[in-house]
Design a protein around this ligand. Structure first.
Ligand code: ADP
Ligand code: MG
Length: 629
């Protein structure tokens, strides 16, 4: 036996590791299992290289919990270490044997799958353990097994031991302040989170399986009885879908993998993209498009980031543009550093390239789907639109591409691209300033009468709803100079699409002044801006509108949660059609009769907007009943 000093510059690095190296203590298990997997993978490389001539056997990793002894052991059948290697790889902190191995075996199959990088992972064991032992037998013939032990001071002991099986046991004596790591459920949870897709089988505990009775016992129906047996519990799937070639996968495989990733999710995704890049960086992955709900926040942060099949994080905001965090799935890149800070990730040039590339891939996939099967794309559009709108708003490159496949859904049931739609409506719906007006509704039922008036005039009306619409159309209006969007209830139809010819009014200024006070006496002046307009006769006698600008401001403020909301009073226009016969007829009515008619017409206008409520509605109904028969 000998003792020595672990080779670090600072007097005692362990408190530093314990406190600062990793914010999450649970990742010690990720690091130790990764090392065990690396040791197994290295043996495969050496074997296929002819450097290791023995029998590899079943390579597997075991995690063993001993609650009585308060130990957690990570056992592998990998390459092991002799005393010399322990000195080099363990006693020199920050010397990564993994990095060295990858350099040495560059280009050899499997070498690029080694996980380690920094030579710090092993020491993360001291975040949770008061004592750590390494018991290891190296792969070389006639090698002497050794045991390394340290209690978290820079001192260690190295002893020769008896160990007949090749490979390494890492034994942790769990510290008093980390007892959670002696709970079976906690360890299961951590393994499931970080190790679920590692490439070497990993076992933890046993699970119950039901098999046909080996004695041939039968139940009442004469069928073979099922008996329960305990079998080792493998916690991982060693070849997850993203590591395979797209050509080898069917749609079912992708759906199955989705369920593997999100066992709690009942929804199936709309479609997926399989990413596969090897230049200028390595990246594989599968991104799924979920059906996006109004409340986008709950669906965020479902992309899992992996590095060589080891889970790193599910907060990928630094790696993919924000709008892509609405997608689900996995990204795996060995080029994304494993254990580094957020700010480092943001400035890393590889990470930037990855982000740009993923955005491009997603846009290309959508464009391809649109081109290949437009009908199918249209059928998915309602679920996709929030995503495309979000992308258009937040990423100019995406916006440029999205122009080609952004769709507008018409109340006639068809879908149009921007270009197609402009072509369709430009003859009738171009105003005197040469802007083509895209009329839209966000509520087909509620705005029925507006839609009908427009259609009767030969105009077309779009259906645009969802939380991002007003932002999105604002952006389109900026990039497409000759179009303007107007919600169908934003003004009278004549004003929405202003043509050059003026419509003559049947009311004089004096007539209007005479009628106005009667209107003012029945609606609140703060809420309604009362005005007469000379409109086409096919419009209703009174129309209540909310100016496009005010409404958009309010919607946008609501979405942004900004402080302005509420400072904006809810205001409407109450527009009186100066050419409607009922309005013109008011001039010849007795005072009482006139007021009655005005009240009724106004209530009808409010009613058609769903704005007649409470007592006013009840009075209206009673009055109307009296008039019946
Ligand atoms: P890294 O994995 O980044 O190289 P670690 O601190 O995790 O750094 O491990 C340091 C080195 O110790 C590894 O590169 C490897 O050479 C050696 N090592 C650690 N665990 C094992 C193990 N289970 N079997 C064989 N070698 C190991
Ligand atoms: Mg490591």
């Amino acid at each position: 036996m000998r003792t020595g000093q672990i080779n670090v510059q600072t007097e005692n690095i362990f408190p530093i590791i314990k406190k600062f190296l990793y914010s999450d203590h649970e990742i010690f298990l990720r690091e130790l299992v990764s090392n065990a997997v690396d040791a197994s993978q290295k043996l495969k490389v050496l074997s296929s290289n002819g450097e290791f001539k023995g029998d590899i056997g079943d390579l597997q990793v075991e995690v063993i919990l001993d609650i009585k002894e308060k130990t957690l052991t990570i056992r592998d059948r990998g390459i092991g270490m002799n005393a010399e290697e322990i000195d080099k790889y363990i006693n020199q902190i920050a010397f990564s044997g993994a990095e060295e191995f990858v350099q040495q075996y560059k280009g050899k199959e499997g070498a690029e799958q080694i996980i380690g990088h920094f030579g710090l992972g092993f020491y993360s064991a001291f975040m949770v353990a008061e004592k750590v032992q390494i018991k290891t037998l190296a792969r070389h013939e006639g090698s002497q097994a050794v045991q390394w032990e340290s209690n978290g001071s820079p001192e260690y002991t190295l002893t020769e031991i008896d160990k007949s099986e090749r490979g390494t046991d890492i034994v942790l004596w769990i510290a008093e302040d980390a007892l959670e790591f002696l709970e079976k459920s906690r360890i299961s949870e951590i393994l499931d989170k970080y190790c679920k897709f590692l490439p070497v089988p990993i076992f933890f505990g046993n699970k119950t399986e039901y098999i046909d009775s080996p004695e041939g016992e039968k139940d009442e129906d004469g069928k073979l009885k099922k008996v329960a047996i305990e079998v080792p519990n493998q916690i991982n799937n060693t070849s997850p879908a993203w590591t395979k070639a797209p050509a080898d996968l069917k749609d079912e495989d992708y759906s199955e993998f989705y369920r593997d990733l999100y066992p709690m999710s009942f929804e199936s995704p709309l479609f997926h993209i399989h990413l596969n890049v090897d230049y200028p960086f390595n990246l594989t992955g599968i991104l799924y498009f979920p059906k996006i709900k109004e409340n986008v926040e709950v669906q965020r942060n479902k992309i899992n980031l992996y590095s060589n099949q080891v889970f790193i994080t599910d907060s990928v905001a630094e790696i993919v543009p924000e709008f892509l965090t609405l997608l689900h799935g996995v990204i795996d890149s060995p080029d994304i550093p494993l254990n580094v800070s957020r700010s480092y990730l943001q400035s890393d040039s590889n990470v930037k390239k990855i982000s740009t590339h993923i955005t491009k891939k997603v846009a290309d996939k959508l464009a391809e789907m649109f081109k290949k099967d437009r009908k199918d794309f249209e059928s998915k559009w309602d679920d996709l639109q929030i995503f495309v709108q979000y992308g258009t708003l937040s990423d100019d490159k995406f916006a440029e591409k999205a122009k080609g496949f952004s769709l507008l859904k018409s109340t006639d049931g068809n879908y149009y691209t921007l270009e197609e739609y402009k072509e369709k409506v430009k003859t009738l719906q171009t105003n005197k300033d040469n802007k083509t007006v895209f009329l839209y509704s966000n509520d087909e039922e509620g705005q029925y009468s507006f839609i009908k008036t427009a259609k009767d005039r030969g105009y077309d009306v779009l259906i645009l709803d969802g939380p991002l619409v007003s932002h999105w159309i604002g952006k389109l209006e900026l990039s497409e100079e000759n179009i303007a969007f107007s919600r169908i209830d934003a003004d009278t139809l004549d004003k929405l699409i202003l043509k050059s010819e003026d419509i003559p009014s049947k009311l004089s200024k004096e007539d209007e002044e005479k009628l106005k006070p009667a209107f003012e006496s029945i609606v609140s002046k703060d809420k309604f801006n009362i005005k007469f307009e000379s409109m086409s006769q096919d419009e209703a006698p009174i129309i209540i509108t909310q100016p496009e600008f005010i409404r958009r401001m309010m919607e946008q403020q609501k979405l942004g949660g900004g402080g302005f909301y509420g400072a904006f009073p809810e205001t409407y226009n109450l527009i009186i059609n100066a050419n409607h016969e009922k309005v013109v007829g008011l001039l010849n009515k007795e005072e009482q009769e006139k007021n009655k008619t005005i009240k009724q017409l106004t209530d009808l206008a409010l009613l058609s907007q769903g704005m007649l409520k409470g007592e006013a509605l009840s009075n209206f109904i009673e009055r109307t009943i009296e008039q019946v028969g």
